[in-house]
Write a protein that binds this ligand. Structure first.
Ligand code: ZN
Ligand code: ZN
Length: 356
């Protein structure tokens, strides 16, 4: 498994004539060697690899790290990188430009004086864009856990309850069912607050007749889930029903269009054009979706600016929305795995307009 993942680095070694790549981003480190701790570095050469950590993590690394020599750093990690670079003649090392701060870069340049540092852009994160079977299993299981948690707390949505209480109940249920935590700060946006696509749960009381958008996800074993429902607290008005029906149709059309080979821009347009033709084109400002994995938002990006094409094994969200200032909004989101000829939906909450 790790061998396959690391083989995705081959093109970087070749293209940039690198002797090694130094990883400091913890998501990439976890992906490439299995370490789940919160500090460390991974130096990978074509034929061997070193995992660097301080004494707090040596025991954990011995349990988790695969395919790399565990090297405990007594003082400063970059000094150990410099020693390895000298010992193994690693005179041209790629670094993760998108995850390196200016001060870390200065320190690296200073300490690795005989080494040419090559800045690898965010395309380095593309090594994680197609998920392997182990990742799809983890993503499916965290998505199922998260959907089950929502089902367990839907009954809490009643007039007079605060948005934040819904968010807390949901998080508690996720933890109870075995999640390591929440994937992000949940969005619970009721009534007019629904017009804010990222309206985090607030003290606002949910009122009769309001729509409530809940965007939620759990985190387990490093992997995230992402799903959104918009439900009604009591009978909604005609306009609320209308926009819910439009968003749901756009969402269904988007999911039906997912297949290997479709352009991310083209897929976005399937849902966007439906909303536009329904008269709400000005009220859908964000992209149709994004990749999900070790990060909640990762590549590919489904939007009018998306350049990638979908491939089997990618895991993406489909999440159209309509947001009307002063009125409210609707978003409906599922996470899907791109299969050989279409997709499989891994999030499980009912997307019909649920009236509670
Ligand atoms: Zn979401
Ligand atoms: Zn999302």
């Amino acid at each position: 498994m790790l061998k396959n993942r690391r083989s995705r680095l081959t093109r970087f070694f070749k293209e940039y004539s690198l002797k090694a790549v130094l990883f400091t981003d913890l998501k990439n480190i976890r992906y490439l060697c299995g370490f789940s701790g919160t500090e460390g570095a991974l130096l990978i050469a074509p034929d061997r690899a070193w995992f660097l950590c301080d004494s707090r993590y040596t025991a954990q690394a011995a349990e988790e790290v695969q395919g790399a020599e565990i090297t405990e750093c007594a003082v400063i990690r970059i000094d150990t990188v410099a020693a390895l670079a000298q010992q193994y003649a690693l005179d041209r090392i790629g670094i993760e430009a998108a995850h390196t701060t200016v001060s870390a870069f200065r320190r690296m340049s200073e300490k690795l004086s005989g080494v040419e540092l090559v800045e690898l852009g965010s395309d380095l994160d593309e090594i994680r864009i197609r998920k392997d079977r182990a990742e799809i299993e983890l993503l499916s299981s965290v998505a199922a856990l998260s959907s089950r948690s929502l089902a367990a707390i839907l009954g809490n949505i009643r007039p007079g309850v605060r948005e934040i209480d819904i968010a807390l109940a949901l998080e508690f249920e996720m933890r109870r069912l075995g999640a390591d935590g929440k994937a992000f700060d949940f969005i619970v946006a009721s009534g007019v607050r629904g017009a804010m696509p990222h309206g985090r749960a607030s003290d606002k009381l949910i009122q009769v007749g309001e729509l409530v958008t809940i965007d939620f996800g759990a985190l387990k074993d490093g992997y995230h889930s992402d799903e959104t429902v918009t439900v009604a607290c009591g009978e909604p008005g005609a306009r609320a029903r209308e926009i819910h029906a439009i968003v749901r149709e756009a969402h269904d059309l988007g999911i039906q269009a997912v297949r290997p080979g479709i352009g991310c821009k083209e897929l976005d347009e399937v849902a966007r054009s439906y909303i536009r033709n329904s008269g709400y084109g000005d009220y859908f400002g964000h992209g149709l979706g994004h990749g999900v994995g070790l990060e909640i938002h990762e590549m590919p990006t489904l939007s009018p600016r998306g350049t990638a094409q979908l491939e089997e094994g990618m895991v993406v969200t489909i999440e159209p929305g309509i947001y009307i200032p002063g009125f409210g909004g609707v978003r409906i989101e599922d996470t899907v795995v791109v299969t050989g000829n279409g997709c499989q939906v891994i999030t499980g909450a009912d997307k019909q307009l649920l009236i509670l």
